[in-house]
Design a protein around this ligand. Structure first.
Ligand code: SF4
Length: 289
């Protein structure tokens, strides 16, 4: 095999690898570039298009990549990460704009991300927004957080609606009308849904939107004191149904066409309570791939 054929074959391997990695969301962006490769003095052209990277006739390039055949071989064999070759070792010389370098990164980087996230009720990670005595942990609900982390999930902490709309010590509790409270919760929920949509659009799995049962705000299957919080009644018994923040999240998600999001609640853990192991096992089952 002569030198030219060897380099061309390696570039073909790299092009195929790149096309496999271009995610749906990246394809949607209208990124059109001519890339000129110079490998040991042999020149090849690629055209990056929304549908992938193709071989191209010579054209004025926006991106120039230069390296030796040995470097290209190491990149193809994954012995040398593409971006290390550009940014750290300098084995691959790049000419082009910074934004194009970022785009190339998304195409060529080895993706170690699990691309699975959960959206979690705020106070599971920060118990300081709970009411005093409402939780068994000083800082975070450690067993649940460990369970989530051990499942390889990224955790997105949702805002605490009661903190942000009623105050850290919930001092405005009972002062806002239902419509004022819902408007405040809805604003927060809109931002959460925007984030969920971005993850979904980029091909990540939103494995769970985890509320806290039986919160009047963040309960998913059970609530307690929702009527009291909304100024409707004084019934503090547990009831089936979602809390106000989760209701707003569900309604905005449905309006944005995000159907079938995996909402579920985990019961808060009170001091001295049993049944924690079973709760965590249920979470693991829900989140198993
Ligand atoms: S359940 Fe929701 S509203 Fe209540 S403290 Fe936790 S995050 Fe805040």
């Amino acid at each position: 095999m002569n030198q030219k054929t060897a380099s061309t074959d390696l570039l073909e391997c790299l092009r195929h690898m790149a096309n496999q990695r271009i995610t749906a969301s990246r394809k949607k962006h209208n990124w059109q570039r001519i890339i000129r490769w110079k490998v040991d003095g042999i020149t090849s052209f690629w055209k990056a298009t929304p549908s992938g990277i193709q071989n191209s006739e010579p054209e004025q390039p926006q991106i120039v990549l230069r390296c030796t055949r040995r470097t290209l071989e190491k990149i193809v064999r994954r012995e040398l990460p593409f971006f290390i070759a550009i940014w750290a070792t300098g084995d691959l010389q790049y000419q082009g704009s910074f934004s194009d370098a970022m785009r190339l990164g998304y195409i060529f980087l080895t993706d170690n991300r699990g691309r699975r996230v959960v959206f979690l009720a705020h106070c599971f990670l920060n118990t300081n927004t709970r009411f005093p005595g409402g939780c068994a942990f000083e800082g975070a609900t450690v067993p649940l957080i460990e369970t989530l982390l051990n499942s390889g999930l990224g955790i997105v902490q949702m805002p605490c609606p009661e903190f942000l709309c009623l105050g850290l010590e919930k001092e405005k509790f009972g002062e806002l009308s239902e419509s004022e409270l819902r408007a405040c919760f809805r604003k927060l929920a809109e931002d959460v849904v925007r984030q969920i949509a971005a993850y979904v659009e980029c091909g990540h799995e939103v494995a769970g939107i985890i509320g806290m049962n039986p919160s009047p705000s963040c309960g998913v299957e059970i609530t307690k004191g929702k009527g009291t919080m909304l100024g409707k009644d004084r019934d503090a018994s547990e009831k089936d149904g979602s809390g106000v923040f989760i209701e707003e999240l569900k309604s905005i998600a449905a309006e944005r066409g995000l159907a079938d999001l995996p909402f579920f609640g985990v019961r808060r853990i009170l001091p001295g309570e049993g049944g924690i192991k079973q709760r965590l096992e249920a979470v693991q089952r829900r989140l198993a791939k």
